[in-house]
Design a protein around this ligand. Structure first.
Ligand SMILES: Nc1ncnc2c1ncn2[C@@H]1O[C@H](COP(=O)(O)OP(=O)(O)OP(=O)(O)O)[C@@H](O)[C@H]1O
Ligand SMILES: [Mg+2]
Length: 447
């Protein structure tokens, strides 16, 4: 066994408690049944933080101290959220950090995943009676030593204007609606204490924020594939993920956490979507919701594509994607109706190749109060999408914030290895077609 001796004391300042060296020594002592031979201070730290004995290398805070942002990227279920929660817990209880920002894609995600989820901050507190308390009204999580973490949503970057922090944990930053704006606001407030730090945990997508973080000189990057965390995942989950993604390009992102660039043949390009993206939408002349119903329902069925878009002058604005897999007709119809209400759409465009009149009926049963126009696909999906892709190339279609799942599907659609059904793209194409390419609309505008 390596030196389990007084020299450890020099490593003990809490900044170093995650150090590889210390962790390996603890693990070796633990494996050799000699845990009690460790110095009392180390034992105390392990007692407070048993995660030190479980943590995998990619989940371990880098020992160097020349970084300001730690980006931990990985596939689905790779242990990103758990690592973020454990690091935040360490920062609050052992690192001396007192004012922490918790930033998620939505406030719901912060509350349900980062704080209260299976891998979240409340569950990672193993000491009975010491779990941090969340105040929904103040959106704060208070640790038992008085350190406070405050919840923020990447849907509202301005909410980060004003408050100051000494640490931040950002989960699933590659799917944030206003990624760069949220990050910039956070950085301005991250200015308390002697060494403000941020940890970002995410499945990597080639969005501007992730590219920027990877290129920044003060970012350190660790990475894990889903399979490396296999021992801690339900066998059913791992098998289902492999069945769904093995052999596909998306599998490299979802399982291996590899950042994918635009594949050959893709009809829509990331760079075009990014270049035309907007934070605010101008007053709109027209809004529609398009629905692409699945042929069947149930767990293995295709998703129901549900996309809202509007038009202002010569440009279109994609406002929201409520597409959903696995719901029965009334379930997806209710989501479509909710999106109609949210966006003030004047009409629902529904593809009627699957289900015909039934689609109209189910939307009406779900309370749809605007007209439902049934449309029939006569050309191939690719043929329909081509003129819409041209509008993207011309910079005339703008996404309001990031629509992560829709954009992932768009940027794979058309590529040689694209598998599955492009339900979100179908709904998007119908919506843009109805707003910008429908002959009736074009004629009316020329009058
Ligand atoms: N080093 C570890 N030791 C023990 N359990 C772990 C470890 N890392 C992660 N886990 C467990 O693995 C499961 C998945 O982890 P987690 O939720 O953090 O994954 P994730 O990458 O955030 O997943 P998703 O892609 O769904 O967001 C959780 O139950 C978590 O507690
Ligand atoms: Mg997670």
């Amino acid at each position: 066994m390596q030196q389990i001796d007084g020299s450890l004391q020099t490593l003990l300042p809490s900044q170093h408690v995650w150090d590889v060296y210390l962790r390996d020594i603890c693990a070796t002592a633990f494996g050799a049944g000699r845990l009690m031979s460790l110095p009392a201070d180390v034992l105390k730290q392990i007692d407070l933080m048993p995660w030190l004995l479980d943590v995998r290398p990619a989940q371990r805070m880098p020992g160097r101290n020349d970084w300001r942002t730690w980006l931990f990227s990985g596939g689905r279920g790779a242990g990103k959220t758990r690592a973020g929660a454990e690091w935040t817990r360490w920062a609050a209880l052992m690192g001396g950090y007192r004012r922490i920002a918790l930033v998620g894609a939505t406030l719901h995600d912060v509350r349900e995943v980062m704080v209260g989820g299976e891998s979240g901050l409340v569950r990672t507190e193993h000491r009975v009676g010491f779990a941090p308390e969340y105040s929904a009204s103040r959106r704060t999580l208070t640790f038992d030593n008085g350190a406070v973490a405050q919840a923020f949503s990447a849907e509202d970057p301005d909410s980060l204007r004003g408050p100051q922090f000494d640490a931040a944990w950002c989960d699933e930053a590659a799917a944030w609606t206003y990624g760069e704006a949220t990050w910039d606001m956070l950085q301005m407030g991250l200015r308390l204490g002697h060494r403000p730090l941020a940890m970002v945990t995410t499945t990597p997508r080639p969005v501007p924020l992730v590219r920027r973080l990877l290129a920044a000189p003060d970012t350190v990057h660790t990475h894990s594939r889903m399979d490396e965390n296999r021992a801690n995942l339900a066998p059913g989950f791992v098998a289902a993920m492999h069945a769904k993604y093995d052999g596909s390009a998306l599998g490299r992102q979802e399982l291996d956490g590899v950042m994918l660039d635009d594949p050959d043949g893709a009809l829509f390009l990331r760079s075009e979507i990014d270049a035309a993206r907007v934070g605010t939408v101008p007053p709109l002349d027209d809004v529609v919701v398009a629905v692409d119903p699945p042929a069947t329902s149930g767990k293995t069925a295709d998703a129901c594509g549900i996309v809202a878009a509007g038009r202002a002058g010569r440009d279109a604005y994609v406002l929201g994607d409520a597409s959903v897999p696995g719901l029965k007709p009334l379930g997806w119809a209710e989501r479509a109706v909710a999106l109609v209400r949210l966006t003030g759409a004047r009409e629902v465009i529904a593809e009627a190749n699957q289900g015909g009149e039934m689609v109209r009926q189910v939307l009406e049963t779900a309370g749809c109060s605007v007209p439902v126009r049934l449309v029939h696909a006569r050309v191939t999906k690719r043929g329909r999408a081509l003129p819409v892709a041209t509008l993207y190339q011309q910079g005339r279609v703008h996404h309001a914030g990031t629509l992560a799942d829709l954009e992932d599907e768009m940027c794979r659609f058309g590529a040689a290895d694209f598998a599955g059904s492009p339900d979100r793209v179908d709904a998007l194409v119908w919506a843009i077609w109805a707003l910008m390419l429908d002959e009736a609309v074009l004629r009316a505008r020329q009058l």
